[in-house]
Design a protein around this ligand. Structure first.
Ligand code: ARG
Length: 574
């Protein structure tokens, strides 16, 4: 809507001698009132006037000043209505010009966003938290990139910590007992679980595990390092296969171990800042003075025996990321259960007086649960949920639906992949991320509900109209549009014009659901519009058909662009 908001804001600024940057237009609460609204409250206060009076004065002053736009005062608001022909021409025109780039902008040019996402732990399949992190993080990567930020996606693999001592010992003892060939990640998981139990129950095992971890931490080459390295490689291979299916690629894969050389300097830096203390032999940073809620929970950086912790490695990583990228924002897409951890990290930065602390954000999210809010069980493996299995299940189911609905479709497999993944991904991004997500296979795959497949289906339906127009050589293809045919499509057009604002806001709040909700509402409005017999596209008088085709083309582009930003394919047919 920038083509309209810009002149309106400029005119308001001129009338009031207030800088444009301090003025903002809104969506009117009721679309019948207008296409854009200006709330007068803030400005009225500044100008020491009653808001309704200011609204009236400004509306009167703007009369005739904005070609094609009328301004009407309504209480403390000014409502703007754009002449329908102008609206249709400008919006469809801009979308056609921008094409696949429509929705983006260059607000991020020259700025870097670091996004830490997915970040699973080696020797285990990704758990539910990693699944959500992967999907939300990947959507954010795409959204920020569309705004021309330089995005650095980092996979902060959990490849370090005392538990790897136990795993090494388990490998020594039981490697032959599990199948590490067919499905190495699950074989490793088995060993990992056995090692955890053994550490608790068997003193000799525990001692050997501690020694193995010390050996690992020493950095020496040898058997322990080699085993650990092998585990890392096997696990990464498994994760990469999943990422490939989701079309995801991190810019950097840096496990916790990567930051080893940065640990000592990081500790020195915190100490030099004078914010550490020794408490019962351990090195801590007290945080109560910067965050009252953390009075009882200082950040523990080094244990009595000298070993470092998850927080130490994250702090070292953060310093290194700041030095390397001077990021605009550094987002941690990690589940809500790590709230305390990230609050503590920020607390340490705050105590050190580092101004960039404000740029570090924990992008947290709720749980992924099965129907009835129970843990999701997998068809194949019960308790252990493997993301790949989940994808397979949904894709299989999608294939069944497509076979039933559209048996003639040529590329069924491909479409089932798109729809299954689309269902899974959209479900994860549909509501505010902080809310829990319910995974109900039938529901998320429905072509009619608030689902990814519904948006995809709407996209495919528009594609089909365009295909038919081409095939029949519809007169609308070459005619000059008669924009009056879109008189009743004002709301759809305004919605189409909003994509760039939605993308900007989704990025600002690191909230992909803004985009998914927008797409659902748009898909609904567009479906209603094209379904109406009054809006027949094909076979209408040439000028009318041309205008309607322009709308269909624009809506298809917007739905497709929006889906792709979420990480979802937009099929032409389904
Ligand atoms: N590997 C961690 C886990 O599974 C998540 C890491 C998130 N990123 C970070 N920089 N702490 O819980």
């Amino acid at each position: 809507m920038q083509v309209f908001t810009e002149p309106i804001l400029a005119a308001l600024a001129r009338q009031t001698s207030v800088p444009v940057a301090s003025l903002k237009l809104e969506r009117p609460r009721d679309a019948k009132q207008g296409d854009l609204a200006f709330p007068c409250f803030v400005l009225a206060k500044e100008l020491k006037k009653a808001p309704p009076l200011l609204a009236q004065e400004l509306a009167a002053a703007l009369a005739g000043a904005l070609p094609g736009i009328t301004a009407v005062a309504s209480g403390p608001y000014i409502n703007f209505r754009i002449e329908r022909g102008l609206l249709a021409r400008e919006i469809t025109g801009q979308i056609a010009r921008d094409g696949q780039r429509y929705g983006g902008s260059s607000e991020g040019a020259g700025k870097t966003i670091v996004i830490d996402y997915s970040s699973p732990n080696i020797a285990k399949p990704m758990h539910i938290g990693h699944i959500r992190s992967t999907i939300i993080g990947a959507a954010l990567v795409r959204i920020f990139r569309a705004l021309e930020y330089r995005v650095v996606g980092i996979n902060h693999i959990g490849d370090w910590g005392a538990q790897f001592g136990g795993l090494v010992v388990a490998l020594r003892r039981w490697k032959g007992e599990v199948d590490l060939e067919a499905d190495p990640v699950l074989g490793l998981l088995d060993l990992y679980q056995r090692s955890k139990k053994a550490v608790e129950e068997d003193e000799a095992f525990k001692a050997e595990a501690i020694a193995a971890y010390q050996e690992l931490e020493s950095g020496r080459e040898g058997e322990v390092r080699e085993l650990w390295r092998w585990v890392t490689e096997v696990s990464l291979r498994g994760f990469n296969a999943t990422y490939r299916r989701l079309g995801i690629q991190h810019e950097l894969v840096r496990g916790e171990s990567w930051y080893e050389p940065f640990l000592a300097p990081a500790l020195e830096r915190v100490k030099a800042a004078g914010v550490t203390e020794v408490s019962r032999g351990a090195l801590i940073v007290a945080l109560g003075e910067v965050d009252k809620g953390l009075k009882e929970t200082p950040c523990l950086l080094q244990q009595t025996n000298g070993t470092t912790l998850y927080a130490t490695r994250d702090l070292a990583a953060l310093f290194s990321r700041w030095e390397e990228f001077q990021f605009e924002r550094c987002l941690y897409v990690v589940g809500g259960e790590q709230k305390l951890h990230f609050r503590q990290l920020k607390g340490v930065l705050a105590r050190m007086g580092l101004a960039w602390e404000a740029r570090v954000e924990h992008v947290d999210f709720g749980l992924l649960l099965g129907r009835g809010r129970v843990k999701i069980a997998s068809r194949k493996r019960g308790e252990v949920l493997v993301l790949d299995d989940l994808i397979d299940e949904v894709v299989d189911e999608a294939l069944g639906t497509i076979e039933a609905k559209n048996p003639e479709l040529a590329s069924k497999r491909e479409v089932a992949d798109a729809v299954g993944l689309g269902a899974l991904v959209f479900n994860d991004l549909k509501r505010e991320r902080i809310k829990d997500v319910i995974f109900d296979k039938a529901e998320i795959l429905s072509f009619e509900g608030d689902t990814g497949p519904y948006v995809q289906y709407t996209h495919a339906r528009l594609a089909s109209i365009l295909r038919k127009a081409e095939a029949s050589g519809d007169a609308g293809l070459s005619a000059t549009p008669d924009w009056s045919a879109l008189e009743n499509a004002g709301e759809v057009l305004v919605a189409l014009g909003r994509l760039p604002d939605v993308v900007r806001s989704a990025a600002a709040r690191a909230e992909p659901s803004e985009l998914s909700q927008y797409l659902l509402a748009l898909a609904r409005d567009v479906s209603t519009w094209v379904s109406s017999p009054d809006n027949r596209v094909l076979g209408s008088p040439a000028g009318v058909a041309a205008a309607r085709l322009a709308l269909v083309r624009a809506a298809k582009l917007v739905l497709g662009n929006g889906l792709r930003l979420l990480g979802i394919t937009a099929p032409e047919e389904m």
